[in-house]
Design a binder for this molecule. Structure first.
Ligand SMILES: [Cu+2]
Length: 160
């Protein structure tokens, strides 16, 4: 009887530890602000997701992967100037400095959604799971919207 009890206690403890891990969503050390997915014409199969990542820890953190059910492929991208032309390319990680922030924004860093299964609708919520270098994850609910309402489309800011 005693043996059964301790086995049960162990089971409960393990279960609680696992639940605690999943609860990282909501109080993850990376705070995500103002996430959104850029609304594209229905003919356009790719789009970008943008957000501000705020690191509340004393160590550098990094986004190393993103996942979403809305597209075939999800990549981390940046923009670079190649021969005077802005081009996107995939990058392996997006660092967020200790106690600092990294902004994913049009013309800069972004999460690229490639091969949308269906055209996204204005106002639709897209779930994007962010996977960090330390193995932790959190899921962001990003509304689909036109980026023009909050950010200049033709600003060509280079983040200075
Ligand atoms: Cu891209």
């Amino acid at each position: 009887m005693k043996k059964l009890f301790s086995a049960l206690a162990m089971f409960l403890l393990v279960g609680m530890a696992q639940a605690g891990g999943h609860m990282a969503h909501g109080n993850h050390p990376i705070e995500v602000h103002k996430p959104f997915v850029r609304l594209m014409p229905p003919s356009q199969p790719n789009t970008g997701a943008f957000m501000v990542l705020n690191n509340t820890t004393d160590k550098e953190m990094a986004l190393v992967r993103a996942e979403s059910g809305v597209s075939r492929v999800v990549e981390l991208h940046t923009h670079t100037m190649v021969d005077g032309v802005m081009q996107m390319r995939e990058i392996p990680r997006i660092a967020i400095p200790a106690q600092g922030r990294t902004e994913l924004k049009p013309g800069g860093l972004h999460v690229m959604l490639i091969g949308l299964h269906e055209p996204l609708q204005d106002g639709q919520q897209v779930d994007i799971t962010l996977v960090f270098e330390d193995g932790s994850q959190q899921t962001v609910h990003a509304p689909v919207r036109h980026p023009g309402s909050e950010m200049p489309m033709h600003g060509h800011g280079h983040g200075h």
